[in-house]
Each structure stands twice: as structure tokens, then as C-alpha cells.
Design a protein around this ligand. Structure first.
Ligand SMILES: Nc1ncnc2c1ncn2[C@@H]1O[C@H](COP(=O)(O)OP(=O)(O)OP(=O)(O)O)[C@@H](O)[C@H]1O
Ligand SMILES: [Mg+2]
Length: 484
């Protein structure tokens, strides 16, 4: 963080200094809410959660070197007392942003693929200069300001992930660190239950487009009509990307009244492990790209990252090289592991919603198809998709039906983990031609036991569920690793 005295921190957060607190003491290290991550020169923010009270860990944080504690009640160590810790973090983060006018800020939102795209974009933008991007999915009212607070005078770029569970959330995050560049990936069913439907999700995601200034760029997915409609809600220049509209080559655009998307992918193909190769088409020219990430859904993510990096000034060669070199930085998203016995395990257990499960089933079907000659079959271990509201049951049935249809013969086995996932099996049974097994199990351990008797070399297993199901543990056991 840029160095700030405790007096200044109290001033910008509307707080007051606690007893035995030196107003001139300077915070220059990281601001953290996990005392185990506290270090010299840092600030520990005590958050009161459902399970734990951060104030109980204040002493440990100070012992680890934290200069002071941001607290909501008196603590026996140097402190700044505030009424609301997230609001204080937001005010502090905004102070840091305002002190760094040369730092360019990009925000990425969408229902699926934010973290994947943010990790790709960060690896491109780092080629231009010092970049701060969150680790994993630090994208809410805590993670967002904590990420912004890591910026200092050397930071040239902030590449941020913005999440929304309701209207106004993204607008709030944009006030903390006003983005000049905004990427909207897609509008899908993640948290749709909380929002009340896709149009409401679109309304909320579009708050990013609305927050952009006239000299900024709104980078929109031309393949998603709800995202494209956000072009009418922004003062910024609109830049588009598309996987589907690749057929129109530049000369053909002259015949069309609709401008072709700025960044496109042509000739997309997947290798045996589902890694996409494609020709990247940009206003600057074209270049071949092969991703190290798995799944066709990473193509739009890569195009979005390319469009953002291009806006920030990275040339076509840097973008293409960067995309080819980029690795998966955040765990449990489409991790493809091969066991010694020849079984492939796709650990995509980080989270699940209807669109992301379909994307993962597509990848599973592709991998299984490429193992077909060796007798390989596909198995899906799927837990529930959370927060879908009234459409939950139907959405689970539809995903099950999709699993049964996804490749010519469908999957060899669909294993639904937990009661809420069970309707997937009803959906799969709606496909009369499907001959695979549909099995309900109570938990991840039972899924692992069941597969132990079934898996043969060359089989491919996908493990996926909403975060709450913690199926990454099952994936680890399948791989013979100690659980996470
Ligand atoms: N563009 C995409 N379209 C559909 N599904 C996707 C896309 N990108 C990623 N996914 C799927 O979503 C999963 C989660 O990806 P990622 O973590 O990048 O999303 P996120 O938007 O950050 O999610 P969260 O809301 O949990 O932060 C991936 O493992 C993959 O199954
Ligand atoms: Mg995320």
C-alpha cells in the first residue's frame, strides 16, 4: 500500500484512533483480514463473520508485524476504530486510487469466467508494466478493496474481478476503484435466483458499462445479446469480441451494415486434452494462438483478455505470445490431470452454474471422444448448482439432460452428489437413447467409492459443483492426493 499514517487512515475512514495508538505510525505493508497473512508494516482489518471474530486474532496479527488493527470495538493494541469495516476498507482503497492517477484500472465481470479471464488478462498486461490483480476470486466487498490496497506508486495497472449478488454491487465496487476499461463476458444464471432472472442479472452486470468514462473502453461479448445491449448504457467507446462471428473476414464486413467484432477467433480446434488453438483476428492483424488452458469456453475468455490488453497498448505479438504462455493461476478451474493408470480427471470443482456445467460437460465429452479409440468413457460427478431460486429443480434436470446428450452416446455415467443434485438424474432419463448409468450418491466420498469399481484406463472423469459442495476433495482423492 502507499504509506499512510494512522491519523490519515482514521481521517479517510471516519474512524478514531484507539488508546495507545501513535497517530504518526505509518502503514506501508499489506492490508489483510486473515491474521495468518499479516506481516511487517501492514494493517489487520478485524472482520466479524458468522464463524469467527477477527478481533480475537488481532494480537496474533500485531505479533506478526501489523502496525495496527482496523476494528469495530476497542482492542488492547494500536488501532483505528470504525463502525463498518468493509466501508472503511472501501474508503481507504479509494484514497489509494486517488493518490495514483497514473494507474490504469480495468474491471472484469460476467456470470462465468471472470477469474479465468482476469488471470489471462493479468498475464498479458504484466507485459506492459507492474500490474496488480487479485489472487483467485477476490471480487467482493472485501476482496476488491483489499486487492486495490496492494497498489503503490510503482503500480501501472489494476486488473480487477467484479462480482455481483444483487443490484448496485458492481456500481459500489466501481466507486471504490473507478475503472476506465470494463469487460463484460456473459449474462448467465449464476446467482440468478437472487437477482430474479436474466434481465435483472444483465441490469446489474451493466453497471460496469455505466461506470466507464467517455475516454474509456467497454469491452463487450458480441455473441451475447444481453451483453451487447450494454453498448447503449455506456459513455465509453465500445470494443467487441466474438467467437461465433469469425466467418466474416474483413473484406466481407464492407457488405454488412453491422460492424464486425474487433477481436475474433477463427479456426478454433481442440487438442486431445481440450486445449484450444485458433487464429486470433484483431484490427492489427492475425496471429496463431494455442492456449495452455482447457475447454472451448476459454476462447471467449482469451479474446476478452486480448481486447483489454490491446486497449492498454499491448501489440498483437505480445498478445499472441502472452496467450500462448499464460497458465492457469487459480486452482480447481478445468484442471486436467492424468493418473498413472491412464484415467484423466478434470477438476472443475471451484463452482458451478448452468452455463459453466455445460461448458465443462462439453470439455468432458471432447476428452472422452479423443479417448474413444482406446475404449475411454466419460463420467461426470456433479454436485448441486447453488442460488438458482425457483428455477433450481428445472435447471438441474436440464443439465442432466444435457449430460445425457452431450456426446453421440452420452456419458457412461452421471453421478449426482447430494439431494439437490438428484433432479439431474431425472433430466438424463428424459433421453431415451441414453444407455449410461444415472446414480445418486450422498457425498463426494461415496462418488469416489463408486468410481473405484468402474474406472478403467483411458476413462475421463469430470468433478464439478457449487463451492459449498467442496467436491475438490473428491477430485483430490481420485488423484491419490491428500485432500485440500
Ligand atoms: N466463458 C465461459 N463461459 C461458460 N463457462 C465458463 C466460461 N469461463 C469459465 N467457465 C466455467 O466456469 C468455471 C469457473 O470459472 P471462473 O472461476 O473463471 O468463473 P468466475 O466467473 O470467476 O466464477 P465466480 O463467480 O465463482 O467467481 C470454469 O471452471 C468453467 O467451468
Ligand atoms: Mg471468480
Amino acid at each position: 500500500m502507499i504509506p499512510l499514517t494512522l491519523a490519515r487512515i482514521a481521517q479517510v475512514t471516519g474512524g478514531r484512533l484507539g488508546d495507545r495508538t501513535d497517530p504518526g505510525a505509518v502503514v506501508s505493508g499489506e492490508v489483510v483480514i486473515d491474521s495468518r497473512r499479516a506481516g511487517p508494516g501492514g494493517l489487520f482489518a478485524a472482520v466479524t463473520g458468522e464463524r469467527a471474530d477477527g478481533h480475537d486474532f488481532a494480537a496474533a496479527a500485531v505479533a506478526a508485524g501489523a502496525v495496527a488493527v482496523l476494528a469495530t470495538r476497542p482492542v488492547p493494541m494500536p488501532s483505528v476504530l470504525v463502525t463498518d469495516v468493509p466501508a472503511a476498507l472501501a474508503a481507504l482503497a479509494r484514497t489509494v486510487v486517488d493518490a495514483l492517477p497514473a494507474t490504469r484500472i480495468a474491471g472484469i465481470t460476467g456470470s462465468s469466467g471472470k477469474t479465468s479471464t482476469k488471470d489471462l488478462a493479468a498475464q498479458l498486461v504484466e507485459r506492459l508494466g507492474p500490474t496488480i490483480a487479485p489472487a483467485g476470486s477476490f471480487n467482493n466487498e472485501f476482496g476488491h478493496p483489499l486487492t486495490v490496497l496492494r497498489a503503490d506508486a510503482s503500480t501501472r495497472y489494476l486488473v480487477l474481478e467484479l462480482s455481483a449478488r444483487g443490484p448496485g454491487h458492481i456500481a459500489y465496487l466501481c466507486r471504490i476503484a473507478p475503472p476506465r476499461y470494463g469487460v463484460v463476458l456473459n449474462v448467465g444464471h449464476a446467482h440468478a435466483g437472487e437477482f430474479g432472472g436474466l434481465d435483472q442479472v444483465a441490469r446489474a452486470k451493466g453497471e460496469l458499462a455505466e461506470a466507464l468514462p467517455p475516454d474509456g473502453a467497454a469491452i463487450l461479448n458480441a455473441d451475447d445479446p444481453r451483453v451487447m445491449a450494454m453498448a447503449a448504457r455506456t459513455a465509453a467507446r465500445v470494443v467487441t469480441f466474438s467467437v461465433n462471428q469469425h466467418a466474416r473476414r474483413p473484406h466481407q464486413s464492407l457488405q454488412s451494415h453491422v460492424p464486425q467484432p474487433s477481436v475474433r477467433a477463427a479456426d478454433v480446434r481442440l487438442d486431445d486434452l481440450g486445449r484450444p488453438s485458433f487464429t486470433l483476428l484483431t484490427p492489427e492483424g492475425s496471429a496463431p494462438v494455442t492456449l495452455r488452458l482447457h475447454g472451448a469456453h476459454n476462447v471467449p475468455n482469451a479474446l476478452a483478455a486480448a481486447a483489454l490488453a490491446g486497449e492498454l497498448g499491448l501489440g498483437l505479438d505480445g498478445i499472441a505470445d502472452g496467450l500462448c504462455a499464460a497458465v492457469a493461476r487459480s486452482r480447481w478451474r478445468m484442471e486436467v490431470h492424468q493418473r498413472a493408470d491412464g484415467v484423466t480427471v478434470i477438476n472443475d470443482a471451484y463452482n458451478a452454474n448452468p452455463e459453466s456445467v455445460r461448458a465443462a460437460l462439453d470439455a468432458l465429452a471432447h476428452l472422452a471422444r479423443s479417448q474413444l479409440a482406446q475404449g475411454g468413457r466419460g463420467f461426470a460427478v456433479l454436485g448441486h448448482m447453488a442460488e438458482l431460486g425457483g428455477t433450481s429443480r428445472a435447471s438441474h434436470e436440464d443439465v442432466g439432460e444435457y449430460a445425457a446428450r452431450v456426446s453421440d452416446s452420452g456419458l457412461a455415467g452421471l453421478i449426482a452428489v447430494g439431494e439437490e443434485a438428484a433432479p439431474m438424474l431425472d433430466g438424463a432419463r428424459r433421453v431415451p437413447s441414453w444407455t449410461g448409468e444415472a446414480i445418486a450418491v450422498p457425498d463426494g466420498a461415496a462418488a469416489v467409492d463408486l468410481l473405484a469399481n468402474r474406472l478403467k484406463p483411458s476413462d475421463v472423469v469430470l468433478v464439478k459443483a457449487s463451492r459449498a459442495a467442496h467436491l475438490e476433495g473428491a477430485a483430490a482423492v481420485l488423484l491419490g492426493e491428500p485432500g485440500p
